[in-house]
Ligand binder design. Structure first.
Ligand code: F6R
Length: 612
């Protein structure tokens, strides 16, 4: 939900800002803009549309400035337009601001400022901020650094979430930043410093980062940074060295990030299980201080997340319940946070979030903490907001996921939850050791089996080219196959804009089967031998009503005829989703490609949903 970049240093700011925005475009792509200090004046270049519009915008590449801020927008208040694009300036053109987040009380602030004589050019919530800064600056603030003091006073008037960057021609040697409930990191260079919504945006320039906390301010100069708490008391902050490879966030020859990330799944799983699962030994989670006694005291586990991460939670539930014998409930974060769930100190709440920044998931976590439960975060982004709120954090090591549609994060989350379930079961002694060892062997074999599934890419491309004109699709499955069907259906919806629904196979005939008509595509996932005969019967029911069928299976279904069958390797049914989801990811990808859509940046979406 909006990406921001900032730079102050010894080189031209514009290329750094625009490159950074290109990396952050997954966070929003409705409009883009920059503001730099050129000859002691703020120069703004912005427009609606993609970041690429900035690449050759008239005059932009002539700007010599070495200080600036930048923004790529996911519209919340006001449609995508030049006026609503960031940066926004105050009426005197002395303060320029970029903002990621939402100002909830902007109507009141707008009315207040209007009464004081300010006027507004946009419909955004953000435009109140530079004007508020100007208001406090001219009124006078009780702070030695009057720029910081004015920003602090303005921020104290705001309700909502924000990551803000401010520059002013009155203070040409600094960028001031602050965050609350929206991410912001600072990259430390030599005689230069960077600001960004996430690490990969500036990873090409530095590996040394300061991870800003909620309500923390930073005044960023060319050669140093000063940090302040919410009362403007200065403090020292440690640099964190990020060992990611900068090229991990590049396409490396793939046409799209999504395809690259689908192919990275074997590696992502290897990295996620490394050092945690060793055959013949007990699983190990080094920094997870969870004891047998604590696990024994639990009467319930909640898994809470949104979208794809929630689908991973559904699969994780099966593993935890089966291996640990603890009841698990899975909930959507936006529902959980408002439904007063029954939680106490005997509940463990697990929150899954690739980005670690999803607003609803964070709010749901804070709720459980207030109710006395311990919270465990499963995330992919080091130092993300969720890691700072949760009692415990376990990371998936999938590497940066850039495509808006999540793929490798999902499979890494499922594998991590399964290894966690094995770890808990070993602590509890709740499952037969030999069977756990068999499961661990199967988990270790997943990367190789995934490589085999990826060999089906051409088949899926061919199928996609035959069915891409469909208007509706139905995904069916039982048990964890149903959960994979849900994920496959979401992938098709979000990147190919085809209406699709997922149903538990047995549920179809309780209403939805009325929609099945000649030629409609039904996709079945059949990986659990115990449930296969039942699922086959359900698919036959739609075949008799004229449906075309694609079946993803790990079994020999020679006696049954479907239009398309994609065969995947066999494995333990607790982890079969990690294999069976891949053909569905590839199918969605190639449908979207065949339709000529922007796979990595589907309409109306953003990678990181930092608003409610
Ligand atoms: C779909 C997708 C979303 C995310 C959801 C949660 O492909 O990516 O459904 O899974 O927005 O995001 P995180 O995991 O960052 O909390």
């Amino acid at each position: 939900m909006c990406g921001i970049v900032g730079y102050i240093g010894n080189k031209k700011a514009v290329p750094v800002l625009v490159n950074g925005l290109h990396c952050l475009e997954y966070r929003g792509y409705d409009s883009a803009g920059i503001a730099v200090l050129e000859n002691n004046k703020i120069v703004v270049k912005k427009d609606k549309g993609r970041v690429a519009n900035l690449d050759n915008m008239p005059g932009i590449n002539d700007l010599e400035a070495s200080i600036g801020i930048a923004h790529t927008r996911w519209a919340t208040h006001g449609k995508p337009s030049m006026e609503n694009s960031h940066p926004h300036m105050d009426n005197s053109n002395q303060f320029a601001v970029v903002h990621n987040g939402i100002i909830e009380n902007y109507n009141e602030l707008r009315a207040f400022l209007t009464e004081k004589g300010y006027h507004f050019l946009s419909q955004t919530d953000t435009e109140v901020i530079p004007n508020l800064i100007h208001y406090h600056y001219t009124k006078g603030v009780d702070c030695e650094d009057t720029f910081l003091g004015a920003i602090h006073a303005a921020v104290n008037d705001l309700k909502g979430s924000y990551a803000l960057e401010v520059i002013s021609n009155l203070f040409p040697d600094r960028v001031v930043v602050v965050r609350k409930d929206s991410p912001l990191v600072l990259g430390k260079g030599k005689e230069e410093n960077y600001v960004a919504s996430d690490i990969p945006a500036v990873l090409a320039y530095t590996k040394d980062f300061y991870l800003l906390e909620d309500n923390e301010y930073a005044v960023v100069y060319q050669d140093h940074v000063q940090f302040y708490d919410s009362n403007l008391v200065e403090h020292v902050k440690e640099v964190k060295v990020i060992e990611w490879d900068a090229t991990a966030a590049e396409k490396n020859g793939y046409e799209d990030f999504m395809l690259k990330e689908i192919h990275e799944q074997p590696m992502a799983i290897r990295e996620t299980i490394k050092n945690r699962l060793n055959l013949g030994e007990k699983c190990l989670f080094k920094d997870l201080a969870i004891t047998k006694e604590y696990l024994q005291s639990l009467n319930k586990i909640y898994i809470v997340a949104c979208g794809t991460a929630m689908h991973a939670g559904l699969v994780g539930k099966d593993a935890i319940e089966k291996l640990c014998k603890i009841p698990v409930e899975v909930d959507i974060a936006s529902e959980f946070r408002y439904r007063d769930p029954i939680i106490d100190e005997k509940t463990l709440c697990i929150y899954i979030s690739q980005s670690g920044e999803t607003a609803d998931t964070l709010a749901a976590l804070k709720l459980a903490k207030r109710k006395g439960a311990k919270t465990l975060a499963v995330t992919n982004v080091i130092g993300s907001s969720i890691t700072r709120e949760a009692d415990y954090t376990v990371y998936t090591y999938a590497g940066p996921e850039i495509a808006v549609a999540s793929t490798k994060a999902y499979t890494s989350q499922v594998v991590l939850l399964t290894v966690l379930a094995v770890y808990f079961a070993e602590l509890l002694g709740s499952y037969e050791e030999a069977k756990l060892e068999e499961l661990k062997t199967e988990i270790s074999g997943l990367p190789a089996k995934l490589e085999t599934v990826l060999e089906e890419e051409k088949t899926l491309k061919d199928i996609a080219e035959k069915i891409y004109t469909e208007h509706d699709m139905y995904f069916l499955g039982r048990g964890s196959d149903y959960h994979v069907a849900m994920e496959g259906s979401l992938k098709v919806k979000e990147i190919s804009y085809i209406h699709s629904e997922a149903y538990a196979s047995g549920e179809l005939k309780h209403g939805t089967i009325a929609l099945i008509e000649n030629g409609i595509t039904v996709i079945g996932v059949l990986t659990n031998p115990e449930l296969t005969p039942k699922s086959i019967s359900n698919i036959q029911e739609v075949v008799s009503r004229g449906a075309k069928t694609l079946v993803v299976t790990n079994q020999d279904l020679a006696n049954v005829s479907f239009d398309y069958v994609v065969r995947i390797p066999e494995t333990n049914s607790l982890i079969s989703p990690i294999l069976s989801v891949v053909p569905l990811q590839l199918l969605a990808y190639y449908i979207s490609k065949t339709k000529g859509l922007d796979v990595d940046k589907p309409r109306n979406l953003a990678k990181s949903v930092t608003v409610e």
